[in-house]
Design a protein. Sequence first.
Length: 158
Amino acid sequence: MNYSIVYSSVTGNTAKLAEAINNHLGASYVGKPSNEALNADVIFVGFWATKNSCSADIQAFIEKLTNKKVFIFGTVGYDNTDAYFEEILNNVKALVPASNTIIGAYACQGKVSEKKQEQLREAVPEKYEAIKNNLAESVHHPNEKDIDGLLSAVKAAI
Ligand SMILES: Cc1cc2nc3c(=O)[nH]c(=O)nc-3n(C[C@H](O)[C@H](O)[C@H](O)COP(=O)(O)O)c2cc1C
């Protein structure tokens, strides 16, 4: 089986997940969204959360997928609950065109950068107050347990 791993990662969290998948499977393409990645039958698509979904580059890539097996993975910063992971994963899954098959999905928390935390504190203080404990927790992720969870989900899908 031929695998591609396509991901976006600004501060390295999602890149850690992509690297773990690649160490496990050995993909023929690992990197940013690219048409070259479309040569594989199974495509792992990795995102970092923004506005409760994925970034525009990943959205544009997902919209190009046709007749692929797709595994969605991502890191999110603002909460560390299964309900939150599921909500964001569902938003990203909803972008996958109907000709594809979603074979699995996984999300975990990822460290929110100092810069983004500072920006939240200044621009939306109520929101910052409400999630500041979650932001503090985020610095410990993705950790070994998160990577184990990812690899279990990958093994269940492949
Ligand atoms: C501009 C910006 C917007 C973000 N929006 C969200 C969001 O809506 N929900 C969330 O849970 N995390 C949000 N985050 C946190 C990141 O998704 C999270 O820290 C992620 O692990 C970053 O992954 P990366 O290191 O691969 O870039 C945001 C971060 C930035 C910089």
